[in-house]
Write a protein that binds this ligand. Structure first.
Ligand code: LLP
Length: 414
């Protein structure tokens, strides 16, 4: 969590530059750096690449900080490949994931080179092979395997169970590895699993690890030894103050289980690194009473932070300068015309008045990156703070920005 004084400092600095600002994202680089160091320390005895999942937060300052700590990049689209390249992640430390591979992505990785592409299914290998052949290069490829593992938590972020859209079955992967001579431009020696996100218990990861080790052994027995095992992300954070993922325990278990193994390892942390380093700060627009209920209407809505509406997520909400008085029930909502635009239906908050500032904590992952222009609302500015400085890392969108893509360009019939 970011300290309230820093959040206030960040918001006031933004408002000084932009008097219309009523909400913004804040990223605390000191919190981020501390988490990056802790993550690196936990896994330091494992020969591995920690490829940061850009989908969680691709702010250039965040990428620069994580690169400086030795992280690589996990990209899931052409846009994230470009963001990783702009942040100067070494190509060899960049991984491409995703289940909707396009010819453009295949061409990009063939031309620019990446450390690993994880293919979601077997026909995708033909696309990658063609792209590599056209450039006259080799591409290292892993197969995303669906291990059939259930995870607790919201089913939208469970990705390793039988019904999930990701990956292929272990048997199909074994056949592809055995027949890998079919794709002479691909170094097809990787396996990728990612069982889900926001895990607080490493049990499903441990089961996935056992599964991929068995699979790697089976592939070696079939004459196709694997070289790289990518375990994905999923390391959960403590949204409620109750529990966090036991990172060091998991790393110790992993290292003990695999030490001396011949594989290169990849992990793909996203949320764990960045969530606590971010907050959404918003002004209280109105406090409305109806039938004994207190509705607190914020200047940020579900278009900014969709996690509560989409996953039923709860981000702790605190006033930046609490007024004296007992905490009492409040329904904290945004200004969007949807009844799902509720950040917390049962918050306990001290008295609040118009113009007060509140923070929604742990919003550094899957926050700004998932925001939209719904209801004609511009995306919010992103402000970065450190002990010494405050700076604007991304300006807000104004109404004119929203109209900027509109066209009346006639498309000639073919
Ligand atoms: N690797 C792959 C292949 C992924 O799909 C993801 C996240 C990660 C790594 C990083 O996972 P993490 O360490 O952050 O759990 N929007 C949702 C989370 C979606 C996660 C998507 N994949 C949320 O706000 O909870």
């Amino acid at each position: 969590m970011i300290e309230p004084g820093r959040l206030r400092r960040a918001f006031e600095a933004l408002q000084h530059a932009d008097t219309h600002a009523r909400a913004c994202w804040v990223c605390d680089l000191d919190v981020l750096n501390a988490r990056a160091r802790r993550f690196r320390a936990a896994f330091s005895d494992l020969p591995h690449l920690a490829a940061y999942a850009l989908k969680a937060n691709a702010l250039p300052d965040v990428l620069a900080a994580l690169r400086a700590h030795g992280f690589g990049a996990d990209a899931g689209s052409l846009g994230e490949l470009e963001a990783a390249a702009a942040a100067e992640f070494a190509p060899a430390m960049t991984v491409l994931n995703g289940n909707g591979r396009t010819p453009e992505e295949a061409g990009w990785v063939a031309r620019k080179g990446v450390g690993l592409v994880n293919a979601d299914h077997v026909p995708e290998l033909d696309l990658l092979e063609d792209a590599a052949a056209r450039v006259g290069t080799m591409v290292r490829v892993g197969l995303r395997v669906n291990p059939g593992i259930e995870t607790p938590g919201h089913h939208y972020v469970a990705t390793g169970h039988e019904g999930a859209k990701f990956g292929i079955g272990p048997g199909e992967a074994l056949v592809a590895w055995r027949d890998r001579a079919r794709w002479p431009r691909l170094r097809l020696d990787g396996v990728h699993v990612h069982v889900g996100s926001q895990l607080l218990d490493p049990g499903p990861m441990a089961r996935a690890l056992d599964g991929v080790l068995a699979l790697a052994e089976a592939s070696a027995d079939a004459g196709a030894p694997l070289g790289v095992i990518n375990l994905g992300g999923g390391f959960g954070i403590d949204y409620s103050g109750a529990a966090e993922f036991p990172l060091e325990d998991w790393a110790r278990h992993l290292i003990a289980r695999v030490s001396g193994s011949p594989f290169a390892w990849v992990v793909e942390p996203g949320r764990w690194l960045v969530a606590p380093a971010g907050a959404l700060v918003a002004e209280v627009l109105w406090v409305k009473w109806r039938g004994g209920r207190r509705f607190v209407v914020l200047a940020a809505g579900m278009n900014d932070l969709i996690r509560p509406a989409l996953y039923g997520a709860r981000h702790r909400i605190t006033p930046l300068e609490p007024r004296p008085g007992e905490p009492a029930p409040a329904i904290v909502v945004g200004p969007v015309c949807e009844s799902a635009d509720v950040f917390d239906p049962e918050a306990l908050l001290p008295p609040l008045e118009r113009g007060d500032l509140v923070a929604l904590h742990d919003a550094g992952a899957y926050g700004a990156v998932m925001s939209s222009n719904y209801n004609g609302r511009g995306r919010l500015a992103e402000v970065v703070v450190s002990a010494e400085e405050v700076w604007l890392a991304r300006r807000s969108e104004r109404p004119a920005d929203l109209a900027a893509r509109d066209q009346t360009a006639r498309l000639p019939a073919r």
